[in-house]
Design a protein around this ligand. Structure first.
Ligand code: CUA
Length: 409
């Protein structure tokens, strides 16, 4: 039987002998191409922070991420030791007991045995103890991540297709006083309690240098926390597949000193300036901004909120502007980012495109291209109420709108 098997195997080998070098070369080319593609894709696709480094959990910059790191280090060390021991043993045995030339089947094989209880107990108990110890460390870390400071600041986080909204209730009356998008501003050195929700599908909030991931699930509220040790920008991305532009749903946390945070909060609560078409000091021509403001009310205000836009500027006593919104116009439209202080942020459209050029000027080309045809810059399905539609604006309308948006500091 064995002889017959050996013969047929030899015969098969003989049949393939002619094609062998070719198929081996093909396999070699194929696997090198696969490796190269993987490296290129991994390199290009990696989301990077502002210093050009890929987003990573291995460079913790906050209290919670350091706690995770304190778990990761021993777990990796233990896993590394086990890896070396097991693979080392496999390599040694494979070399030492390999079939040597001239070995005769059934004669030169190692002695076949069935069971050594002492060894079997050892390799059952040792991993059990190891996993038990790791489980204790894991649970401890989970508990530590759930610790909440008494003076923690609460920020509500809403996942939307495909951007993030942040709501701050400054006077604790249950209603948000500041609503912003994409960039969450927080004071450094203070714990932030995130109350995470979703307005549509499941998303996942993740700022790797500050904490792990937490899902945003429709109909549920998840509490999560983070705290940045130092002022800085911390990049993140949605990590739960949420449709067409999931890969373009990014966010950043901007941690600032406590005093700067208070200033920011005050600025954000101010309504936007309502432009007028006359120029009191006669030095600047405000007509383009005013045209843009009118265009905004006609084309954008159905979805985008700009606080203060709904009120009559001349009366300036909170009297609602009859052609806009109404007295109780909410701070959020639910559909699109609140743009009241758009230009205080770094980026727009899911934190993808720069609002400013390198030399600090408003990036009018990014804003203009977005208004011209948003779908060219980011995949969206506006017909299904997901993402910004192409409003078929003329160049004049776009120029005016960009001029108005640039004033929303
Ligand atoms: Cu939101 Cu993926």
């Amino acid at each position: 039987m064995i002889d017959r098997l050996a013969t047929s195997r030899a015969a098969r080998r003989g049949d393939q002998a002619g094609q062998r070098p070719f198929s081996r070369r093909l396999r070699l080319v194929g696997s090198s191409a696969l490796v190269a593609t993987t490296l290129v894709v991994a390199g290009c696709g990696a989301l990077r922070d502002d210093e050009g480094r890929p987003l990573t959990t291995l460079d913790p910059k906050g209290v919670q991420s350091n706690r995770i790191d304190d778990l990761v280090t021993p777990v990796f060390a233990v896993a590394g030791i086990v890896f070396v021991l097991v693979l080392g043993a496999v390599a040694i045995f494979a070399i030492k007991f390999r079939r040597k030339p001239g070995d005769v089947d059934g004669v030169d094989e190692p002695v076949q045995i069935h069971g050594i209880p002492r060894l079997e107990w050892a390799w059952t108990i040792a991993p059990a103890i190891l996993l038990g110890a790791l489980a204790v460390l894991n649970v401890q870390t989970i508990w530590k991540l759930e610790e909440r400071d008494k003076d923690a600041l609460t920020v509500e986080v809403y996942g939307q297709q495909w951007w993030w909204e942040y709501r701050y209730d400054v006077n604790d009356d249950g209603k948000p006083d500041v609503i912003t998008a994409n960039q969450m501003v927080i004071p450094a050195g203070r714990q932030i309690n995130l109350v995470i929700r979703s307005n549509d599908v499941i998303h996942s909030f993740w700022i790797p240098s500050l904490n792990g991931k937490k899902d945003a699930v429709p109909g549920r509220t998840h509490v999560w926390s983070l705290e940045a040790d130092k002022p800085g920008l911390y990049q993140g991305t949605c990590t739960e597949f949420c449709g067409l532009s999931h890969a373009y749903m990014r966010m950043e946390v901007k941690a600032v000193p406590a005093a700067d945070y208070e200033t920011w909060l005050e600025e954000q609560q101010k309504p936007a300036e309502v432009p007028t078409d006359d120029t009191p000091d006669d030095t600047t021509d405000n007509s383009l901004v005013f045209t843009g403001y009118t265009e905004f009310k006609n084309n954008c205000a159905q979805c985008h909120q700009v606080d203060g836009l709904g009120y009559d500027k001349e009366l300036n006593d909170g009297t609602p502007d009859p052609d806009y919104g109404g007295a109780n116009h909410p701070l959020t439209s639910g559909n699109a980012p609140n743009l009241t202080h758009l230009m205080s942020r770094n980026k727009f459209a899911g934190n993808l495109f720069d609002l400013y050029t390198k030399d600090g000027q408003v990036n009018t080309s990014n804003l203009g291209n977005w208004l011209r045809n948003p779908k060219n810059m980011k995949p969206m399905a506006p017909d299904e109420n997901r993402g910004m539609p192409n409003l078929n604006l003329t160049s004049d309308q776009i120029e005016a709108l960009v001029a108005y948006l640039s004033t929303l500091k």
